[in-house]
Design a binder for this molecule. Structure first.
Ligand code: ADP
Ligand code: MG
Length: 724
């Protein structure tokens, strides 16, 4: 079969698709977490002492002693084998947005050659994948590319099923032999610890004595496209780049707004149910699903969980979504902008911080004291976003997310904070000295009583803001749909840790000078708002006026491309931020810059090669065939004494020549090899390669509007978006 089965075959295959195999599902109580080795299962399987030890490890991340590890490993193996698992694997999260695994059998043979199963504590705790095949940036040099994985007991092990097998998966970190982080989990765990340490200082200064470990929480809303696999299979761009590099706008797009929250197509419902059943078995609390703005676009959101577990679950969801889509004859596109001119996909990362004793610290409380804590943590976020806006932009910077940010459908590439009218007023009042504390006595009369009237879930949600307070959490909306949530969570936790440290120092000074708590808090927040209040913005983030005001009057940065954004990881202030909080050492951070920059360059180069390949081998042949047909027709007619009006032929010829010359232009640019720096190479991709790719596309898309339908080789937008 040819690599490209062709558009007509695709449409035929879809029309003749056999009916779906729909099997009824079990009830929730039966399947919930049945494939997870969670605390409940451990309690059942382990001795009292072993369970006590592992429970402590699970809750605190403290290392496990060797004897307990052996006992836990044995129980885990028993359980996994009873579930049909023959293999186990550490699953880890390298610096790409995907996961990595190395599977090993439980099987060993004993001295008499019989097959027995074995799984020791040391196998559970440590694994040795070949590190050299994973990106590690500059750490490559220092560590001979070797690394090992280590079990993260705070994220439960689970069974991953395929049609005829099952594997025990053990969530793990991945580090070099000298202890450098080579993955996305280690910095997340460290950023939590940093935030816990700094938050605790603030809580202590505020008179709290019973303080449980602080943790961040994450609930991520995931947008995605579903497309019939027959279409994707006849589009090399979708297969290899996850987005269409060609395609004229359809006659009907999303302008009718008839897809959003509309009825979910039956075939998609079946997919969702299957997918969600798998999630439930894995203890992932899938909560909402609905259509999204674009035709063929959907969203799923699980209930929020501890950030580390949520990040693992989110990653697992992306894997399962793709696999399940395949099973149902779909391709699941997680790309941020699969179709030009059609709404793109994001991932809203909802984030809050709290603990078991003080609760969610981003939730306005019911007493003035609780509200002081809330205002301090909220203020810390404001300061962090203002000081480290470029860092927040850098952690959402990918070649694919660049197509979405700043395109007036997704948040702009300017980092600002939306607080909602009420909370913004409170902070403005604090800044302008309109809140006076300690006036008329009485517990509720701190002048802060207005805070008590916060709406939990304000209806006036501002969808144009990249970073919005939504009642009891912040929602980072500019994250890309294909991204791991870890990078954004690390950045948010770390800037919060830094700001809480700053607040603790100021607070200590004010309290030391004899101020009461409320006075001290208001003084610290007033200073904070004077320095950082500029980042608070409640208006229309899409407007040209905001783009001007943000940059010219408020000194915020508008950073449209990844090429402009990633260098923030090299700025002194950011290097200092990560090293002072202990989240990433300077070499670890530098290695991340290198890996991400390389990924950016590679993805653009792959796309550029695809553009050339598809333009030369699919589009140019179709267009010239059509042109020849037209010329032939014109000649025959002329022989009969009928002269054809040459308008269409002229237009096609013009676009064919534009296609040819733009192909030459792009191919020429692709030959450039020597760059003075990675930064320069990235700029070349953003400033030269991408515009040249767009020129090829413009000619090809124009031709799509002329060339005879039966000759056009690529499935068209309207077919891909509307045929299900
Ligand atoms: P919307 O589309 O209106 O933003 P959804 O209900 O689709 O809302 O998604 C909101 C997400 O935020 C869910 O994953 C939810 O569990 C999560 N969430 C709710 N409260 C918190 C919180 N305190 N911390 C973190 N995430 C939260
Ligand atoms: Mg949301």
């Amino acid at each position: 079969m040819s690599a490209n089965p062709g558009r007509q075959t695709a449409i035929q295959n879809i029309t003749n698709r056999p009916p779906q195999d729909v099997s009824p599902t079990d009830f929730l109580g039966k399947i919930w977490a049945e494939d997870v080795f969670n605390l409940e299962r451990m309690e059942w399987a382990l001795s009292k002492n072993a369970f006590k030890a592992i429970k402590k490890t699970v809750q605190t991340g403290e290392p496990l002693d060797a004897a307990t590890a052996n006992v836990v490993a044995a129980a885990m193996k028993e359980w996994a084998v009873s579930k049909g698992a023959k293999f186990f694997s550490h699953i880890f999260y390298p610096m790409t947005n995907i996961t990595a695994e190395k599977h090993d059998g439980f099987i060993v043979s004993d001295s008499e050659g019989r097959a027995i199963t074995e799984f020791t504590g040391s196998l559970l705790i440590k694994g040795e994948p070949d590190g050299s095949s994973f990106p590690n940036g500059s750490l490559r040099m220092t560590n001979a590319a070797r690394g090992y994985t280590a079990w993260d007991p705070t994220s439960p092990a689970y069974i991953m099923r395929t049609d005829n097998g099952a594997t025990l998966m053990i969530p793990s970190v991945f580090m070099s032999w000298t202890g450098e982080a080579l993955d996305k989990k280690i910095p997340l765990l460290r950023s939590n610890a940093a935030m816990d340490k700094a938050g605790r200082k603030v809580l202590e200064l505020m008179g709290e004595t019973d303080i449980a470990a602080l943790n961040s929480s994450c609930g991520a809303e995931q947008e995605y496209f579903l497309l019939d696999a027959h279409f994707a299979n006849s589009r090399p761009d979708l297969l290899l780049a996850g987005r269409t590099l060609f395609g004229a706008a359809p006659a009907k797009g999303q302008e009718f707004d008839d897809h959003y929250f509309g009825a979910i197509p039956a075939r998609v419902q079946v997919f969702m149910q299957d997918f969600e059943d798998q999630l439930y078995k894995l203890g992932i609390p899938a909560k909402t699903h609905h259509n999204e703005v674009a035709p063929g676009q959907f969203e799923i959101a699980p209930y929020f969980e501890a950030a580390n577990v949520a990040a693992d679950h989110q990653q697992l969801m992306m894997t399962l979504m793709k696999a399940t889509a395949k099973k149902h004859g779909f391709v699941c596109l997680l790309h941020e902008k699969p179709f030009a001119g059609v709404n793109g996909s994001g991932k809203h990362v909802n984030w809050s911080v709290g603990n078991a004793t003080q609760g969610n610290l981003l939730d306005p409380g019911s007493t003035p004291h609780e509200n002081l804590l809330f205002l301090l943590f909220c203020g810390a976020v404001i300061r962090g976003v203002h000081l480290y806006g470029p860092l927040l932009r850098a952690v959402i910077a990918t070649a694919s997310n660049d197509h979405r940010l700043g395109a007036n459908e997704a948040p702009p590439a300017i980092l600002s904070v939306y607080l909602g009218d009420q909370l913004e007023k409170v902070f403005t009042d604090i800044k302008e000295g309109n809140i006076h504390t300690g006036e008329a006595g009485g517990e509720m009369d701190l002048g802060l009583s207005q805070i008590l009237t916060f709406e939990r879930d304000p209806g006036d949600r501002n969808r144009t803001s990249p970073f919005a307070f939504t009642g009891n959490r912040f929602e980072f909306r500019a994250v890309g749909s294909s991204q791991s949530v870890s990078g954004p969570l690390v950045a948010m936790n770390t800037i919060l840790a830094d700001s809480l440290d700053w607040i603790a120092e100021k607070l200590e000074a004010e309290l030391g000078a004899g101020k009461n708590q409320a006075d001290a808090v208001v003084t610290v927040l007033r200073d904070l708002m004077n320095e950082h209040g500029n980042v608070v913005f409640g208006g229309d983030g899409y407007s040209a006026e905001w783009h001007r005001e943000a940059v010219e009057e408020r000194g915020l940065k508008n950073i449209p491309t990844t090429a402009d954004a990633l260098p923030a990881l090299r700025e002194d202030s950011v290097v200092q931020l990560f090293s002072s909080t202990g989240v990433l050492s300077p070499p670890e951070l530098e290695s991340r810059f290198e890996v991400y920059a390389e990924q950016y360059i590679l993805s653009i180069e792959v796309e550029a090669k695809l553009v050339l390949d598809m333009a030369r081998t699919l589009i140019y042949p179709a267009a010239t065939t059509y042109l020849a047909n037209l010329a032939g027709a014109s000649q025959s007619l002329s022989g009969m004494g009928v002269e054809m009006d040459g308008t269409i032929m002229g237009a096609v010829a013009e676009q064919v020549n534009l296609l040819s010359s733009s192909i030459a232009g792009l191919a020429g640019a692709m030959e450039k090899e020597d760059f003075a720096s990675t930064e320069e190479h990235m700029q070349f991709c953003a400033g030269d390669i991408l515009p040249l790719m767009n020129e090829v596309r413009a000619a090809a898309d124009a031709l799509e509007g002329y060339v005879a339908d039966e000759l056009w080789p690529l499935p068209k937008y309207q077919e891909m978006l509307f045929i299900k």
